[in-house]
Write a protein that binds this ligand. Sequence first.
Ligand SMILES: [Zn+2]
Length: 375
Amino acid sequence: MKTAFIYSDAYLDYDYGPTHPLKIIRLKLTYELIRAYGLLDLPAVQTIITRAAEEEDLAIFHSRDYLNMLKQANNGHVQGSAYSYGLGPGDNPIFAGLYDWSLLVTGATLQAVDFVAKGQGGIAFNIAGGLHHAMKSRASGFCYVNDPVIGILKLLGQGKRVAYIDIDAHHADGVQAAFYGTNRVLTISLHEAGYTLFPGTGFEYEIGEGEGEGYAVNLPFPPYTDDEAYVWAFEEIVPPLIHAFRPDVVVTQLGVDSFYNDPLTNLQLSMFGFEKVVRRIKELAPRWVALGGGGYDVSNVARAWTLAWAVMNGIELSDELPKSYVEKAAKVGIHEKELRGSPKFSSSTQSKEIRMEVERFVDYLKKTVFPKVGA
Ligand SMILES: [Zn+2]
């Protein structure tokens, strides 16, 4: 099976600002680690250089007035009613080139969609993508343009059935909102519950509306949920729904801000839980458009997405990080030497209350969405 990795050093021309948690250097580090392990030299791998999307691509989801505002803000200066579109100091800063950045990220997602949909290959990975919070007319949660939604719309336009699986620690609110009323897309989001984390949505009772009832699925984990309860819930809910829905393509958002040491969130996943879920997605997806997502510990991001890319290509990696990468990473203050490290938590660390809460929403989903989707 052919795979494509989409990347460009042009990402490094953009910067959310010195105090912003989203560090674009994480993409470069991921690329460097993947390269250092030799994972771009495999016979089945095609490396594709990112090409920017066109405004018309963005307009299949976003409103014209919002896109006009993004274009005006591309010079890095606040314009007119920017605040009413979610732009300004804080989460969604106005930095020079923010529109160009959004075109690049979305372009890479469209290249991944093309690669997978045109039968060239089975899996494509855009590590820069997965900006799942952007709304039709509003920037949100570090996201200006919703590349997952645009990619899914392109797939629908080609008559494909699409399932979307989002394992970022934050609820995939922008993607859910875009497809809330349709049964042509099954959206499944696993995240920290909205009581304790942005964007405050994604409760189990949000299951879609009208024709879409049952086709929006949310697994809202309590803070401090660890690998064991998370993977258990994934296994109970996701495979039965995917088998019943029978997608042509699975689109995933592989955010790694769910890790125990991520500075922004409170879940307690480790590389081991992440790896289990990615392996399971590979078994479930007939074709797979993989996108990046959150992740605010840059070393986690590089190691986790390298591991994901190895899984996508059926390669087992040694746990010792390649020396060439370790040297490069040391220059930006990263000193890990192991890909996975040792398991951080044992099952005994998980509290009974968390386990009960996870069992409760799993039961709820089996009673409500399973019959609608036919699982
Ligand atoms: Zn996130």
